[in-house]
Design a protein around this ligand. Structure first.
Ligand code: C2E
Ligand code: CA
Ligand code: CA
Length: 369
């Protein structure tokens, strides 16, 4: 079907080749202008949508196929076939970054940016197979009594040659490459395993929060996986907290909220991360089965002097508490910020002032100090 449609589009004079995996090359001859290429790419997109645009229901999940296109033009982007292919591949990486069903022409300067992150694409799958990830744990502190109320697990990648890589450098790529659910599953298992190990070592029982991406929350299998993971580690549901962002709820609100409800019924704690950076309205927030609200660190940063930040923090804390939620301030770095948050009646704080994210052994020392 695809071959037939392509032939209708391009005729016999051009080459269609599979590069392995999910990548194809279409070599078009005699196209003098970029505009002509653009029209063809758009026609290709329409054909792609006609063939694969309908979602397919598998295991209760809607799966849909998407295609991205990177374009390189001879001789501007390369004189040799290898050069042209590389330029097209670079453009393709950009197209993928920009979202589904996009196309992108190769431009000079693209290389620098892509080269910087190309290794992530290349190494990530292997990293999962070879278990190169590790969780760090950052304590959350009760602002009234100073006690540790829990921790947030934050992923790091121990890259064999690049050292410790921060999540900002690879989470987005993992999402784009369909690896984020596997990664999230690993994070959930590892956090539960570690939590159990701490408990067995005599540490006080604490809820450990993990960050789950929007894609993960939309999965109908999430509830089952959470239950199974807790069971496998003989952990109570109140030992696991899931942090999700506003935007991840809004992407598919109906499915996500249904999943959230079922998770809270099981006893898992849900927190809304980065609150204030998205666009959810108060009325939407009201209907969500949340226990905790995390006030984004961008607002905490300006405390106590920035009037706007102070106004936002005041409002969020009051509103969150009025809705029966615990408010957790993120990114608390200075005693002045802490004092302001205390004055505003904020419940919990997290930030470098108390502790940086710590390896598991150091976290236990911190708790027991
Ligand atoms: P986040 O969930 O908002 O996590 C808080 C980030 O703030 C962490 O960055 C943490 O190290 C940093 N932080 C904590 N205290 C302070 C402070 O006092 N000042 C400042 N400036 N920063 C502070 P990190 O570990 O680099 O993580 C970045 C983001 O990556 C996280 O933001 C989260 O969105 C994502 N992430 C981390 N781990 C995971 C994971 O396991 N799965 C997924 N899907 N995302 C993750
Ligand atoms: Ca978080
Ligand atoms: Ca956050």
């Amino acid at each position: 079907e695809v071959g037939r449609r392509l032939q209708a589009l391009f005729g016999d004079a051009h080459i269609l080749a599979r590069l392995g995996g999910d990548e194809f090359v279409i070599a078009l001859g005699d196209l003098s202008q970029a505009l002509a290429v653009e029209r063809i790419v758009q026609a290709l997109e329409r054909a792609q949508t006609a063939i694969a645009g309908r979602p397919i229901l598998i295991d209760g999940n809607d799966l849909s196929l998407t295609a991205c296109v990177g374009v390189a033009i001879y001789p501007d982007d390369g004189q040799q076939v290898a050069e042209l292919l590389k330029a097209a591949d670079t453009a393709l990486t950009h197209a993928k970054r920009n979202g589904r069903n996009g196309y992108q022409f190769h431009t000079q300067g693209m290389n620098d940016h892509v080269l910087e992150t190309l290794w992530v694409d290349r190494d990530l799958r292997r990293a999962l197979e070879e278990n190169q990830f590790v969780l760090y744990y950052q304590p959350k502190i009760d602002l009234v009594n100073g006690r540790i109320t829990g921790a947030e697990a934050l992923i790091r990648w121990q890259h064999p040659t690049r050292g410790l890589v921060m999540p900002g450098q690879f989470i987005r790529v993992a999402e784009e490459r369909g690896l984020i659910v596997a990664l999230g599953d690993w994070v959930m298992r590892e956090a539960c395993r570690q939590n159990k190990a701490w408990q067995e070592a005599g540490m006080a029982e604490l809820p450990i929060a993990i960050n789950l991406s929007a894609q993960h929350f939309r999965l109908s299998t999430l509830l089952r996986d959470v239950k199974r993971t807790l069971q496998d580690h003989a952990l109570g549901a109140d030992c696991l907290e899931l942090e999700l962002t506003e935007s991840s709820i809004m992407q598919d609100a109906v499915a996500t909220i249904a999943t959230m409800r079922r998770l809270t019924e099981v006893g898992v704690v849900l927190a809304l991360d980065d609150f204030g950076t998205g666009y959810s309205s108060l009325s939407q927030l009201k209907g969500l089965p949340l226990a905790n609200l995390k006030l984004d660190q961008s607002f905490v940063r300006g405390l106590p002097d920035d009037h706007d930040d102070l106004a936002i923090c005041t409002a969020v804390i009051a509103m969150g508490q009025a809705l029966g939620l615990k408010v957790i301030a993120e990114g608390v770095e200075t005693p002045e910020q802490l004092a302001a948050l205390r004055t505003l009646g904020c419940d919990v704080g997290q930030g470098y002032l108390f502790a940086r994210p710590l390896p598991a052994a150091q976290f236990m020392e911190f708790v027991q100090r």
